[in-house]
Design a protein around this ligand. Structure first.
Ligand SMILES: Cc1cc2nc3c(=O)[nH]c(=O)nc-3n(C[C@H](O)[C@H](O)[C@H](O)COP(=O)(O)OP(=O)(O)OC[C@H]3O[C@@H](n4cnc5c(N)ncnc54)[C@H](O)[C@@H]3O)c2cc1C
Length: 433
């Protein structure tokens, strides 16, 4: 079993064109995940000189290359609850932001001819308790009534069993607009596209500190082990960053909780077994705080993930979480008990307190983070939106006007409270049974 991401291992490694160290650029983008690469592409297309500074030795080294491979529409939070909190218009706009985000990924795949198996097979949200079916049916009804989404199908337990070979589910809700793709091949193609447009990507280049140049409005100095670069504008596309000094990056760190999520991939199965297992080849997620998510690849590997443990990813922790996930996989699909696990890895989800993204400008520095597990599409979309904002265009931004962003009380950097959060959600799932 390989303790590494299937997406990274089965995609070509991106090797940046050799580039001189830039003394000065229009825009420095910190982080070469989807947010950073998408923004770099959009800014370079507009004629800006762009340096992408990435701490790790490859692009998409963190969440963007380590996720479940789903490109789903729909919110991370409950739509009726959000509508009750912020009103129907606001909730509708945020829901539609995810539709637009899936469209953005599809558009870039087409425009840049990225070979990444992008497919709109839909998402099936699966209930595991009888009351989940009622909740999903109610949510679908409300989404249709509010004119938010009519591309939905409610399935009862028998209908789910016709397309998912498992006895575990009480019903489900299909979101027809959702998609999936190969994350390693997408990140490779996106990095190549950014370079083709003129951006330069510097790997192994952690930004350690970030300072405004005293007396020079709009000049920022970014310090890295390879040298200093001056930039007129800076975008922090740093996800759950653990790089960079607390003084420069602490404000974001106190607002983002890095929560471990883990994935196993089975050995490939014969095509006819895969077809019988998940007939429609959708992205699947279960309704629970500590949930599972899974999908097949076009060549019939099963990618099965979940919040196995509230731990930070490391080789030992990934292996332990992999074993917990294997048990979850066998409970869901007992007929796969003998199938070997070929890959196992973990990653950190950039969770905000309300599970909605945050994007803005603070002290002249742009940021876009907090996608909370619904980020493969939104990070790409926000890269494009933030680039437009940095270029001075007045295009409306989905997450503008969210007001003040308070720090999470007691969160000073390392997420010491994760085991307690894990216990809370496990208890909540049990009480909801
Ligand atoms: C296990 C897992 C499963 C997931 N599954 C899904 C899914 O199926 N569908 C979905 O929609 N979302 C999913 N997500 C979430 C999604 O992958 C992320 O929201 C998205 O990829 C975030 O992209 P990003 O570019 O903002 O951040 P990242 O991909 O985390 O990129 C940030 C980059 O910044 C770099 N960096 C940080 N600090 C510095 C610094 N100081 N100097 C230089 N570089 C720095 C990091 O090295 C990193 O490469 C999942 C996440 C995980 C971890």
């Amino acid at each position: 079993m390989k303790l590494e991401s299937y997406w990274k291992h089965s995609a070509p490694a991106f090797a940046p064109a050799s580039a001189e160290w830039p003394a000065k650029v229009d825009v420095a983008v910190v982080g070469a995940g989807f947010t950073g690469l998408s923004a770099a592409l959009a800014l370079a297309r507009r004629g800006a000189t762009v340096a992408v500074l990435e701490a790790r030795g490859c692009v998409a080294a963190e969440a963007s290359g380590r996720n479940g491979g789903h490109v789903n529409n729909g919110l991370a939070v409950d739509y009726p609850a959000l509508a009750a909190r912020i009103g129907t218009d606001g909730a509708r706009a945020w829901y539609h932001a995810f539709d637009a985000a899936v469209d953005t990924v599809e558009r870039l795949v087409r425009e840049e001819a990225i070979d990444c198996d992008f497919q709109r097979n839909g998402k099936l949200k699966l209930g595991t308790r009888p009351q989940h079916y009622d909740e999903l049916a109610r949510a679908a009804d409300r989404l249709r009534r509010d004119g938010v989404d009519s591309d939905l199908d409610v399935l009862d337990a028998a209908q789910v069993r016709e397309e998912v070979r498992s006895e575990r589910f009480s019903g489900g809700l299909v979101y027809r607009k959702s998609a999936q793709m190969h994350m390693g091949r997408f990140s490779h193609g996106l990095a190549q596209a950014a370079e083709r447009a003129g951006a330069r990507i510097h790997l192994d280049t952690p930004v350690q500190t970030l300072k405004a140049q005293p007396g020079h409005v709009g000049v920022h100095r970014l310090h890295t082990p390879r040298g200093v670069v001056e930039a007129s504008q800076v975008l922090l596309a740093t996800g759950t960053s653990r790089h960079g000094s607390y003084a420069s990056f602490g404000w974001l760190r106190r607002r983002i909780v890095p929560i471990g999520s883990f994935i196993v991939v089975t050995a490939p199965m014969p095509a006819e077994h895969a077809q019988a297992l998940l007939r429609e080849r959708r992205s699947y997620t279960t309704v629970a705080n500590i949930h599972h998510y899974f999908r097949l690849t076009p060549d019939h590997w099963l990618v099965f993930g979940g919040r196995a443990r509230f731990a930070v990813s490391s080789p030992q922790s990934d292996a332990r979480s992999g074993e917990i996930l294997r048990q979850g996989l066998v409970e869901t699909f007992p007929m796969l008990a003998g199938l070997p696990i070929d890959y196992c890895w973990g990653g950190l989800v950039d969770m905000s307190a309300d599970r909605l993204p945050r994007s803005g400008v603070r002290e002249g520095i742009h940021y876009s983070v907090g996608y909370s597990g619904h980020g493969t599409q939104m990070s790409v979309h926000m890269g494009q939106c933030v680039a437009a904002r940095m270029a001075g265009e007045s295009t409306p931004q989905p997450w503008d006007g969210r007001g003040e962003w308070p720090a999470i009380p007691g969160h000073l950097g390392p997420p010491w409270f994760l085991p307690a959060v894990g216990l809370y959600y496990r208890l909540k799932d049990r009480l909801q049974n």
